[in-house]
Design a protein around this ligand. Structure first.
Ligand SMILES: [Zn+2]
Length: 159
């Protein structure tokens, strides 16, 4: 399943990526560009808070549009809306995708990570994830634990 989020939904896009979902998101993009992408990629699902854009996208993919008009202003509620609407429990693979650029992460060894991370991090951790596209390196520090707990809480009530 492939999603594109409108530019008002940056936080939602990052958290969905964190759950392993494929979400396109650009800081600067107008409705025309989004509609253009949707017309070329029929399997792309639009997530938007913009009623007008939602209607135009629905028309474009009619009669089988799966675009979702997000109701809540709160990102935690927005995540639940998406997970419920598309029954995504089986599709989740947390911490498998770069939250900055949507690329699939790969495991790298401490040796490979060493030159790019602070020594105190290298001393504490053994496994690292690398984004082959933007080069970011992730590890399971306290930030990771907080996100993991948050994700567990968010998906707890999924059917
Ligand atoms: Zn990346």
């Amino acid at each position: 399943m492939k999603f594109i989020a409108d530019c008002m939904l940056g936080k939602l896009a990052r958290w969905l990526r964190l759950l392993g979902l494929d979400v396109k998101y650009y800081h600067h993009t107008d409705d025309g560009e989004i509609l253009d992408l949707l017309s070329r990629q029929k399997d792309l699902i639009l997530l938007t808070r913009d009623r007008e854009l939602f209607k135009r996208a629905a028309k474009l993919h009619s009669p089988v549009s799966r675009s979702l008009l997000i109701q809540s202003e709160l990102w935690e509620e927005q995540i639940k809306e998406v997970l419920f609407a598309f029954q995504l429990r089986e599709h989740l693979n947390p911490f498998s995708r770069c939250l900055e650029c949507n690329t699939r992460l790969i495991f790298i060894s401490k040796k490979e990570a060493e030159s790019s991370i602070p020594p105190r991090i290298a001393a504490l951790h053994h496994t690292f994830l690398n984004c082959p596209s933007c080069g970011r390196i992730f590890w399971s520090g306290s930030h990771y634990n907080r996100m993991r707990d948050k994700l567990a809480e968010l998906i707890k009530y999924l059917p």
